[in-house]
Design a protein around this ligand. Sequence first.
Ligand SMILES: Cc1cc2nc3c(=O)[nH]c(=O)nc-3n(C[C@H](O)[C@H](O)[C@H](O)COP(=O)(O)OP(=O)(O)OC[C@H]3O[C@@H](n4cnc5c(N)ncnc54)[C@H](O)[C@@H]3O)c2cc1C
Length: 485
Amino acid sequence: MQRSFDIVIVGAGAVGCAIARELSRYALTVAVLEKNIDVAGETSGRNSAVVHAGFNNKTGSLMARLCVRGNQGFEKVCRDLDIPYKKTGKLLVAFDGADMAALENIIRTGERNGCKGLRAVSRAEAQALAPNVGGVGGMLSPETAIFDPFTYCIALAENAAENGVQFYFEHEVTDIQSGPEGGFTVQAGGGTFSCRYLINSAGLYADRVAAMAGVDGYKLYPCRGEYYILDKIADQYLDIPVYPVPRPGIGGLGVHLTPTIDGNIIIGPSAEYIGERDDYGCTAKAMDKLFREARQLLPVLERRHIIGNYAGIRPKQAPPEEGGFRDFVIQEEPARPGLINLIGIESPGLTASVPIAEMVRDILAQHMDMKEKPDFIAQRRGILRFRDQTPERQAELIAQDPEYGEIVCRCQKVTRREIRQAIENPLGARSLSAVKYRAWATTGRCNGGYCLARIADMLVHEYGMDPAEITYREKGSEMFAGTVK
Ligand SMILES: Cc1cc2nc3c(=O)[nH]c(=O)nc-3n(C[C@H](O)[C@H](O)[C@H](O)COP(=O)(O)OP(=O)(O)OC[C@H]3O[C@@H](n4cnc5c(N)ncnc54)[C@H](O)[C@@H]3O)c2cc1C
């Protein structure tokens, strides 16, 4: 069966989801084709989760302009989507006179880019901001914030779906043909999709998708960043992201310590060019280096604080011998009218995702009549976090629904009611990781030792799933062989 849309978006990372939501404001038919089982399965779910201010990017670049704009609008987007956001500020730590001098340049660049409030701070002020952190002084960026990128992508996608966008998961785009009269025919997940405009926001694979659509010449180099996750010690040691002064050419921002919106601390990322685009393995070598560098910033750190690790991969346009950053490419291809490519969307791609979406909308508006829908639903309601409510409100909630009275994930204090809402999510994602990232169950110190079996039990006994079909993520990550009795 061939399905026909005005616009097809390839990829449901932060950028594809932000574009989907933006286009759902207009009277257009839009589909998102995603090869994974859920949103944020790749780079958008594997990063530092920081809303950058925009002082690290070259003045005049798309990266700088879209980051600053994204930073300014981020809080409102989070409010509209009912997701957590915290303006923590960020401290750049200087270890010597050379770092202090470099900070002067960073402040000047930031001011040219339109960042607000950047200023050098003395050692005493740096100590007041982050009492456990070393260094001789630093720079404060008051507009930097933290958020949860999974919830962000989920919320963008849910809101887009509520406004009519169709999401097709486990639909890998494998072939693209352009028609003689324009438009595209796309093969994905065993189905055929036709569209007038094709938006390639395939992240690490955007060069390959562009080539499928007949545009050769882009090449992406995967560059891995590994992280440690620390236990919930952020309250005790750190409530502001702490970064070293960046060194030119490393292709990242240096190993930093970032409190997460959930109260953990993450250490990372490393920066290592690798051969494969899906090699998310963490290596002992990189992890040792991370720990050493992190202790330079926060000497009180101990290995016993570590509860997990993960890696993300940057889709770099700059080859290893060049290093550093090349600017985002966001353009309709002159050789393939109707194809909008988004190439090399590395950091600060999360921060910039909404302005990127607006830029794509503006490109489309040059060709299409973009009529705003009068019934666009701008606000979304997320899952209420029981543990964040007052005792009085918690009592009311339990009286309304006894499932609020049963804690399923003990580490994160997630109730049965929240797990149910996560299972019944509007995008229809049914893997264990889909439940994890919606309810934040299984993410505590025991790594799901207690609650994972209970969630699986709900899926089997209340939602009729066969144990053998329960996956952690994509097909191939089946968790159980079947029942034993
Ligand atoms: C280590 C690290 C730290 C970072 N930290 C930050 C930060 O703190 N703040 C910030 O603003 N940015 C940060 N970034 C950058 C940010 O994560 C990315 O810019 C952003 O997530 C890119 O989103 P995307 O949607 O373009 O790509 P992705 O998230 O990679 O999404 C692309 C999607 O396309 C899908 N896809 C690919 N090929 C196909 C196909 N053939 N068919 C169907 N689907 C396909 C993939 O499965 C994927 O879901 C960081 C990145 C890294 C790696």
